[in-house]
Design a protein around this ligand. Structure first.
Ligand code: CA
Length: 377
């Protein structure tokens, strides 16, 4: 069986309520999807994380390398794409294009072999994955702290046991927001903060010290991803675990992050850092550094399913009888693409999501919705 064609789609949707985070605002969602089709018509879906039109151009550049290849030999195809792109793409959106194609081939491979991707990745350590709700973005309102606290409480009512909120406006405002949310949800719910690299080193340290008493599970992207020394310095001076890696790419990027002792938790995005093939290797590398992986995830059901399958296969370090949960990000911000494009919709039960058992990733794209959301070219 050979790969017959590689199709790419840019889907987009305007938001009903624009929101922003520490770097910029969103008034629409745009995502590049990839469909890899075999000679017999069997297909797999993948997704890239980053500027959709740029990723799509990357997919079109890589597609001739993939056509005619054997989809069962996915890591060999990955190496071919990587070698062709490396001179121009040691990091960045061309790696996201490789990721999207790679995920689609894993989905296709699973369907051809009649096995879930997690089984093909080496086997599940767990049948359901604990998810944390990502939300608490900023919107224009008179009472932002109150609005954020109400949103956090709504996630708890939906069953989430862990939440991640945005910070990175300024230290005083951020501390006020964290306190408001902690007061509203109580001490039992895990709470994480994400600055999206908005802070200077001194601001990150000052913020960390002020929220240390509030029981924070991790502090994500405190400083710019280029400041490895800043990560390491902060990690040595706060008791809050430091997380990062959504702006890192490929094994080499994570080797740099891990060997510099930057993070307690590594956060590759499967749709950007190199796909399932490379994130499996990144997870092995992280394990060797005694560092757990909690993937960054921000897209449609395809990205989320890829995360579920990968996380279901991760060994937690250190191993012990009463094993801590593996974790996966579940974005809850407004996203009509996530909510309508793929089926089944993943439901949260007491804070966990069941890993799909269907062959491949276990999600499919609704063709009517694809047509509705696709950008005309
Ligand atoms: Ca983040």
């Amino acid at each position: 069986m050979r790969i017959k064609q590689v199709e790419s789609y840019v889907v987009e949707q305007r938001l009903e309520t624009p929101f922003y985070f520490s770097q910029f605002g969103f008034d629409e969602r745009q995502i590049c999807l990839v469909k890899v089709v075999a000679e017999d018509g069997t297909y797999g879906w993948g997704e890239g994380y980053g500027p959709a039109n740029v990723i799509r151009a990357g997919v079109e550049f890589l597609a001739p390398l993939v056509q005619g290849e054997d989809p069962l030999q996915v890591e060999a195809i990955w190496s071919k794409m990587h070698l062709r792109a490396m001179d121009y793409a040691r990091r960045g959106v061309l790696v996201a294009a490789i990721s999207a194609i790679d995920i689609a081939i894993w989905d296709l491979r699973g369907k051809l072999l009649n096995q879930p991707v997690s089984v093909l990745l080496g086997g599940r350590r767990r049948e359901s994955v604990k998810v944390y709700a990502t939300g608490m973005y900023f919107t224009e309102t008179d009472d932002l702290a109150g609005k954020l606290a109400a949103e956090a409480c709504a996630y708890v009512e939906q069953g989430f046991q862990a939440l991640k909120m945005k910070v990175g406006l300024d230290v005083d405002t951020d501390v006020r927001h964290v306190r408001a949310i902690r007061d509203a949800i109580g001490d039992e719910i895990e709470l994480m903060v994400d600055a999206n690299h908005a802070y200077s080193r001194s601001e990150a340290l000052a913020f960390a010290k002020r929220i240390e008493p509030l029981g924070i599970r991790f502090f994500e992207e405190p400083v710019t991803p280029e400041d490895y020394e800043g990560y390491r310095e902060l990690r040595g001076r706060t008791s809050i675990p430091i997380a990062g890696g959504e702006c890192e790419y490929l094994l080499a990027g994570f080797r740099h992050l891990l060997s510099n002792n930057c993070v307690d938790i590594a956060q590759p995005d499967i749709c950007a850092a190199g796909g399932l093939s490379e994130c499996k290797r990144i997870a092995a590398l992280a394990q060797a550094f005694q560092t757990n992986v909690v993937p960054h995830s921000w897209g449609t059901g395809i990205a989320f399913a890829a995360g579920l399958h990968l996380v279901s296969t991760l060994d937690i370090v250190p191993g012990r009888l009463r094993m801590p949960d593996a974790l996966l990000e579940m974005d809850r911000s407004e996203n009509a693409l996530r909510d309508n494009l793929t089926a089944p919709i993943f439901s949260v039960s007491d804070g966990y999501v069941t890993v799909p058992n269907a062959p491949g990733l276990g999600v499919d794209v609704d063709p009517d919705m694809l047509a509705r959301f696709s950008r005309a070219v």
